[in-house]
Design a protein around this ligand. Sequence first.
Ligand code: ADP
Length: 238
Amino acid sequence: MTVQLEDVTVHFGRTCALEGLNLTVAAGETVALLGPSGSGKSTALKAVAGFVRPSRGRIRIAGVDVTDVPPAKRGIGVVVQQYALFPHLRVADNVAFGLRAARRPKAEVTRRVAEMLDMVGMSTYARRFPRELSGGQQQRVAIARALAIRPPVLLLDDPLAALDAQLRADMLDELQKLRREVPDVAIVYVTHDQAEALALADRIAVMRAARLVDIAPSADLYAAPPSAFTASFLGGAN
Ligand code: ADP
C-alpha cells in the first residue's frame, strides 16, 4: 500500500523536529531515511505510525487520510524502540497478538508464530517473558511480531542496531525475503547504517535539521550526490 506524507510538520514544544516533509513511498517500494542524529528521521516514522501528531500536514495510507486514526487502527507493522513488547505476555503471545486481533484461525496462528520465531532464531524462548530477554533478543521478537501479520506497510526504526553482525546479516536477508513474499509491502526504514540502506532501499531520503534534503534511487545517490551535504554525509565516517 502506498504511504504519503504531505507537508508533515511536527513540533515538540518549541523544537521543530520535522518541517514540511513531502514523501511518497509506493506499494512495493522501500525508502530508507538516512541522516545525522537529530535530523527528524524517527519523528517522520512516528508520524506515519501515529505515535506523534503532526502540527501540520496529512498522512495517507492507500489513499485514505489516517492523520486522525489511532496507531492500532492503521494496520501497519511497526518496529521502534518505544513500541516495546507487551511485558505481561510471553514471547509467543506477543508474536500472536496481531494475528489474534485479526481473528485468524487458531491453527494458522500457531503455525505462523512458530515460523516467525524460527525466522528470528527465538524458538526456544517462546515461553519466556520479555524481561527475561536481552535487548537484542527483544528486538528480534519485535521484528517477528511486526512481520507476523504480513503488514502492507512496515515501519522500521533502526531495527538491527542492537544485533550482532551475523544476526544483522540474517535479518537483512529475511527483510529481503519479506519483500519478495509480500510484493506490495511499503517499507520505511530509518537507519544510521549506509550499507543497510543500500542493501534494502529502492530510494534513499537524506534528512538534515528536520528537512528532507535529497531523495534519489540508492545507486544514483551514491553515483552523483545531488547536494554537497549529501556528498559529505555519504562520504563521512558513518
Ligand atoms: P533522528 O531520528 O534523525 O535522530 P529525531 O526524529 O529523533 O531524529 O529527533 C528530531 C528532533 O526532535 C531532535 O532535535 C530531537 O531532540 C527532537 N525530539 C524528538 N523526540 C522528541 C520528544 N519526544 N520531545 C522533545 N523533543 C524531541
